[in-house]
Design a protein around this ligand. Structure first.
Ligand SMILES: C[S@@+](CC[C@H](N)C(=O)[O-])C[C@H]1O[C@@H](n2cnc3c(N)ncnc32)[C@H](O)[C@@H]1O
Length: 251
């Protein structure tokens, strides 16, 4: 699908991509079976009464979970019409509002939210530092930012597949390249040309510090023994991190 310069790719509205993505276990009702799910929930503060912003809310499972956990309100923002249609149809709640927008384009008054969450979206965003600065502005003092993103060790594999294979096709190790070269890299994920942004670990951390946030926890989720029993073909998942989860607080 053609990209419009200066705008996010919106690959989730591409029919071919969407058909493939829809087959993932984590999609739809299976979201709690995602490998990093328990780690993400463990980073959330007490939800009761919080005003929450969910950046890249997708099909709305997390927004709905937050509302049923007692959030005063949840604003879910996503650029994909298809994802928002699913959210409105399947994960509606009287205290959740779904809004179609690129997260780069949304604006809110200062101190508008007590909690900002974003699950697996920031690796699609070019201006990470700017977005984190804006999130810090939208948080009230004492507010919390919790996000998950693809790990730099994972995004640095692109444009390749990652695993280095021997002559017999066995996975010998994980390969990454041009670690310091930050910016967009494309991958073949259901369709060719899926655009993600590689950033170093230092850039991710420093973006939070430069925005005046205090980092409270950093998690590199690894599959539990139970998850591996439920996913017997996924034993290699412990050989390298795929996700990075961070919780930060506005002082
Ligand atoms: C991997 S899905 C995650 C969805 C949901 N947060 C979850 O964890 O199930 C990524 C989502 O981010 C959205 N997205 C990607 N880039 C975006 C952008 N620049 N602005 C708004 N939404 C974006 C996609 O449309 C998609 O719904």
């Amino acid at each position: 699908m053609p990209d419009t310069p200066g705008e996010p790719q919106n690959i989730y509205d591409d029919p071919g991509f969407f058909a493939g993505y829809s087959t993932l276990e984590r999609f739809g009702a299976g979201w709690e079976r995602a490998m990093e799910h328990a780690d993400l929930l463990a980073l959330l503060p007490a939800i009761d009464g919080r005003r929450v912003l969910d950046l890249g809310c997708g099909a709305g499972q997390l927004a709905h979970y937050l509302a049923t956990s007692g959030a005063a309100e949840v604003v879910g923002v996503d650029v994909s019409e298809r994802m928002l249609a699913l959210a409105r149809a399947g994960w509606a709640h009287p205290r959740v509002t779904y809004q179609r927008s690129a997260i780069e384009a949304v604006a809110f008054p200062p101190a508008r939210f007590d909690l900002v969450v974003s699950s697996l979206v920031l690796h699609y965003v070019d201006d990470y530092a700017g977005l984190i600065r804006r999130c810090a502005g939208w948080l009230a003092p004492g507010g919390i930012l919790v996000y998950s993103t693809e790990h730099p060790i994972f995004t640095a594999r692109l444009p390749g597949e990652g695993w280095v294979l021997d002559e017999a096709g066995r996975r010998t190790r994980w390969g990454l390249d041009r670690y310091a070269d930050e910016g967009a890299r494309e991958e073949n994920w259901f369709v060719p040309g899926v655009r993600k942004v590689h950033r170093t670990f230092a850039t991710l951390i420093n973006g939070l510090l430069d925005a005046g946030l205090v980092i409270e926890r950093v998690v590199e989720p690894m599959p539990s023994a139970q998850w591996l029993r439920d996913h017997p073909l996924a034993g290699d998942e412990r050989r390298r991190p795929v996700f990075l989860l961070i919780r930060a607080r506005k002082p």
